[in-house]
Write a protein that binds this ligand. Structure first.
Ligand SMILES: Cc1cc2nc3c(=O)[nH]c(=O)nc-3n(C[C@H](O)[C@H](O)[C@H](O)COP(=O)(O)OP(=O)(O)OC[C@H]3O[C@@H](n4cnc5c(N)ncnc54)[C@H](O)[C@@H]3O)c2cc1C
Length: 379
């Protein structure tokens, strides 16, 4: 009898896990893959939508196109999880799988920053990226304040990529001279994986005349006064406020007991939770060491979990420990993309090999997306 694997969330992690289980262990498992949405889109596609280079429809990959042996996709919203019994309740039914993998990603807490919903903008959701495109169409100059509103947040380079691409956009519009750009963020320095990586982003900001204010957190904005209030009590004026929202674990995780201090704790070597047969991968999980929230790590974790599930079923050797390694691409504008090969868990400290922004790396990034599209969706 095949064992039943239930995967909650069909994002980077869930899609790779379903694919790996189907291609390598289809004789041992049957897979149900659940997501509340009908389609997937890459996080970086939101930058394209924000700039009007692609529409929301262009970037959607529909789950109905998944055709993998032993995998069934169902569009359902998870409403309850009992990790002790592995029972999962959705808006239409319940499941009692042999293995449960939580890959629900991270949601946003717009209410955590008063005024953001009413008077601010963001490009971390597809809807937000569409709104940004409209506001950029009408924007003809003034103070742009781009603020990271809390930690942890998805994709450490993405706020800075946003700033670089907005600089390029304003330049192309011929209005850069009349735009003052400022970034605030809670970290000591941008993308702090290593000093060299951080410096590349700091240089990128300086070269473009974007003011950086590290270790400064905007706690609220006042849309009536166009003023952002910092934790220090200081206020900053703005004409356009763009926030990277505070992140939180999606419902129903906080109520399920799986999330502790906001996120789901795992053994980082094999992504197992405290509960038997229950794993968590990707943005939703946390551990003793920092692994940033990024698709490349969700995907790498999925491969370890597939192999760990197979080893558990067969009684075979467990896989090598999760190393949290991958290649991170970041847009610098003018079609150029930097590349950083990172490894967070294999050594005593995170390691990163840095490659400057080039057109060749932009082509590599396109190839990265194309291979995932083909592998997960057959397109
Ligand atoms: C602007 C931007 C740029 C980015 N660029 C990059 C990049 O270049 N490289 C990179 O590696 N990462 C990048 N990321 C980060 C990347 O998108 C995420 O880290 C990645 O998607 C996380 O994968 P995941 O599988 O953990 O979660 P997700 O991909 O977020 O998937 C979680 C899934 O769970 C579903 N879900 C949530 N709650 C429920 C529920 N209750 N019921 C049913 N389904 C539910 C969601 O609909 C979603 O499909 C970027 C992110 C942003 C915002």
């Amino acid at each position: 009898m095949k064992k039943h694997v239930l995967i909650l969330g069909a994002g980077f992690g869930g899609l790779e896990l379903a694919t790996r289980l189907s291609e390598s262990y289809e004789d041992a498992v049957r897979v149900t893959l659940l997501d509340r949405n009908d389609s997937f889109f890459f996080g970086f596609s939101k930058l394209e939508v924000m700039l009007g280079r692609q529409s929301s429809e262009d970037v959607r990959l529909y789950y109905r196109d998944i055709a993998k042996d032993g995998v069934e996709f169902r569009q359902e919203t998870v409403t309850g999880i009992d990790p002790a019994t592995r029972r999962v309740i959705t808006d239409t039914r319940s499941y009692d799988p042999d293995f449960l993998v939580v890959a629900l990603g991270a949601d946003y807490d717009m209410g955590a920053t008063p005024g953001l919903f009413e008077g601010g903008f963001e490009y971390y959701t597809l809807t937000g990226a569409e709104r940004m495109r409209q506001v950029l169409d009408a924007f003809d100059g003034g103070k742009v304040l781009l603020s990271v509103l809390g930690q942890p947040f998805k994709c450490p380079p993405a706020p800075f990529e946003g700033a670089f691409l907005l600089h390029e956009h304003f330049t192309q519009q011929g209005i850069r001279e009349s735009v003052q750009m400022t970034m605030t963020f809670p970290m000591q320095r941008p993308v702090p994986v290593t000093a060299a990586v951080s410096q590349m982003f700091r240089d990128g900001l300086a070269d473009r005349g974007i003011e950086e204010r590290p270790q400064q957190v905007v706690t609220s904005i006042d849309p009536a006064k166009n003023e952002a209030r910092l934790a220090s009590g200081e206020t900053l004026p703005y004409d356009l406020f763009i926030g990277i929202p505070v992140h939180r674990a999606p419902d129903p995780l906080p109520a399920s007991g799986l999330a502790v201090n906001g996120w789901v704790p795992v053994d980082q070597s094999n992504l197992r939770t405290h509960y038997s047969g229950v794993y968590a991968i990707g943005d939703v999980c946390t551990g003793p060491r920092t692994v940033p929230k990024a698709g490349i790590f969700s995907e790498a974790a999925a491969r370890v979990v597939a192999d760990d599930i197979a080893a558990t079923i067969s009684g075979g050797q467990p896989p090598a420990p999760f190393g949290a390694s991958g290649v991170c691409y970041a847009e610098f504008g003018d079609g150029r993309v930097s590349k950083v090969e990172v490894n967070f868990l294999s050594g005593e400290a995170p390691a990163a090999q840095l490659y400057a922004a080039t057109l060749a790396h932009a082509a590599e990034k396109d190839a990265f997306a194309a291979t995932r599209r083909a592998r997960w969706f057959g397109r």
